[in-house]
Write a protein that binds this ligand. Structure first.
Ligand code: NAP
Length: 297
């Protein structure tokens, strides 16, 4: 039987409706959540994400302060601009589009953003908080995956979860979140000796690599939940890392690409903007972020 599709568009829409209500309540108190997005060199690879955030912020009532900076901007000038935004009391969220030109070290940018305004959870402070289980701002794509798993009613406690990919933005933080939800987590990467041996054991298989059809049906356990985070531009359009048509016949639930994880990311950035706004203003925040282990039944 074909797997049930995990509909990222529908889950993202529900979260956006909740956010709209929260933003209206903030505005009623005279608070306008504001997101600053820095786009260096107008890199076409990030333009689509920059514009998606702009559209979504405007739809939700978040003030969007987009800035395009020249491709040859010196690193020191970019870091100075970030520090100005850190000190700007009218800005609650800061997002720097990646990739950056070669003169700018990504780690310098990560370290420069104030952790309380770090709406993609990329600073060492927020990643450290994720590691030790303190509330912080959580990287948007992994947070979005956890929301999809929650909305689909997937039981993570005790489940064998396999994360393929170990990047700082997706693989590692998602592995930590799965661990936080009491899954037994295996992390695979390019040096993993027998990838299929690991993936075949997964009750929950998450893939963030960037290689079309890396995961074929013979690598998937019957009934597994498959979360495909990959986005690959091919002649047939955008595809994920999973051989979708074959794997959907074996999995119990699966995210399509497009329409699965993708629609969640920008929505979760906005959720983080609202979260950051509330924390910075000393307002109570909903304890919905996937930071705590699931309570024992
Ligand atoms: P990345 O930084 O390039 O990391 C890729 C990871 O895949 C690395 O850890 C690498 O291992 C591993 N890998 C490479 N070849 C492999 C193989 N043959 N077997 C097992 N692992 C392998 O990429 P990323 O930023 O995490 O992004 C991954 C994918 O997700 C991309 O397609 C990206 O476009 C997509 N993405 C989607 C969203 C969304 O909103 N849906 C958001 C972010 C990223 P090593 O560490 O050993 O090199």
């Amino acid at each position: 039987m074909s797997a049930t599709l995990i509909d990222g568009k529908a889950v993202a829409k529900r979260i956006r409706e909740e956010l709209k209500r929260e933003i209206e309540a903030l505005k009623a108190q005279g608070i306008v959540p504001t997101l600053a997005v820095l786009w260096v060199g107008e890199d076409p690879a990030s333009g689509v994400y920059y514009r998606a955030k702009q559209r979504l912020a405007e739809q939700l009532g978040i003030e969007f302060r987009g800035e395009t900076l020249p491709r040859d901007i010196p690193e020191a000038a970019l870091l100075e601009r970030i520090r100005e935004l850190n000190d700007d009391p009218e800005v609650e969220g800061i997002f720097v589009e990646f990739p950056l030109p070669p003169q700018i070290k990504p780690e310098a940018v990560r370290a420069a953003i104030h952790p309380d305004k770090d709406v993609d959870g990329i600073t060492p402070v927020n990643l450290g908080k994720l590691l030790i289980g303190e509330p912080g701002l959580i990287p948007a794509t992994p947070y979005g995956v956890m929301e999809l798993l929650k909305a689909s009613g997937v039981e993570l406690r005790g489940a064998d979860a396999v994360m393929v990919g170990r990047s700082e933005v997706v693989g590692k933080p998602l592995a930590l979140l799965l661990l936080r939800a009491d899954a037994t987590v295996t992390i695979c990467h390019s040096k993993t000796r027998d990838l299929a041996e690991h993936t075949r054991r997964a009750d929950v298989l998450c893939v963030a690599v960037g290689r079309p059809k890396l995961i074929t049906a013979d690598m998937v356990k019957p009934g597994a939940v498959v979360i495909d985070i990959g986005l690959n531009a091919t002649e047939e359009g955008v595809v994920g890392d999973v051989d979708f048509e074959a794997v959907r016949e074996k999995a119990s639930r699966i995210t399509p690409v497009p329409g699965g994880v993708g629609p969640m990311t920008a929505t979760i950035v906005m959720k983080n903007v609202v979260e950051a706004t509330k924390r910075l203003r000393g307002l109570p925040t909903a304890a919905t972020a996937p930071t705590a282990p699931t309570a024992p039944a």
